[in-house]
Design a protein around this ligand. Sequence first.
Ligand code: KG4
Ligand code: ZN
Length: 339
Amino acid sequence: MLLLGIETSCDDTATALVRDGRHVLASVSTDQDAFHAKYGGIVPEIASRQHVALLSAAVEDALARAKLALEEVDGIAVTCGPGLIGSLVVGVASAKALAFALEKPLYGVNHLHGHIFAAFLDRAEPQYPFLALLVSGGHSQVVRVESPTRMEILGRTKDDAAGEAYDKTARLLGLPYPGGPELDLLAQRGDPRAHAFPRHRPDRGTLDLSFSGLKTSVRYFLESEDGKRAKKEDVAASFQAAVVDVLIARVAAAFAQRDYAAVVLSGGVAANSALQAALREWSARNGVEALIPPPQYCTDNAAMIAAAAYYQRDAAIVDPLTLSADPNLSFSLSSRGRA
Ligand code: KG4
Ligand code: ZN
């Protein structure tokens, strides 16, 4: 089954051709960082205008790279939420038009489900149940995945998402947007034990996360006399060590509660070098398989959307005439209206 994936939920205009949910024939992503950088963050109106300008060419580019014609695809998979409404509607409208014109099935995919299945691209099939640590710019969640359509959120952030904490702290350190990858690089030259920033502990019986206290603590430290003298590399490494400790603690707590076949890392922050190293080390110590997507599938891409659609198949089929983008799309598949 060959699916064309389309992802425009935020600021990446992405398309992909994926066979059987795993074999990536082409994955194209045109990031818009250059258009947003001078504003220090994503400007939704600019993002949607850029999607309009870039999407048709991105579809053609993916087809050309895979040496395929549009008529050869078996269906279209598109992110229908959550995300920026103006951005989502561009991808959804294009996917609806393509599916209608080609008379091929249309799959409406939750962006976060896409991130979870990114770990299986160019790899083996998922073994269930697995634990997904989903850490992106907008979400931080610990998810039990029983099957492609049965997923339970065990813990979520009470305030900032992990990527948001990275981006805000990077800004405090004077790093350019987007800050996560920049902070990661800076931290590699610093001492993670230089400063003791707080680690959030969840309420009893929950696996919830929180990063706003950590970010505020870094801010107060940077404003202090000690902070003004501190090396930025050390502050970055110490902040990162706190984020990584908290995330690994949640994975360990989830495994202590129930059994899993593997742990899957996903979302933009999965690209973080310290988090990857810590998860690999934890999984080796505990005899658990860790699946971490290659960098190009950690951040937003369309191959993961085609993958999720393949695994969810009938449960993700939607009507090309009535599908609408939903910026607040619920994580649960069962709560969605179907074709
Ligand atoms: O999944 P994603 O591409 O977009 C969302 O769905 O949010 O995640 C983007 C987030 C940004 O906050 C970015 O700073 C963060 O992922 N990120 C990183 C790294 N690469 C991307 N954070 C820490 N270290 C990285 N290497
Ligand atoms: Zn994302």
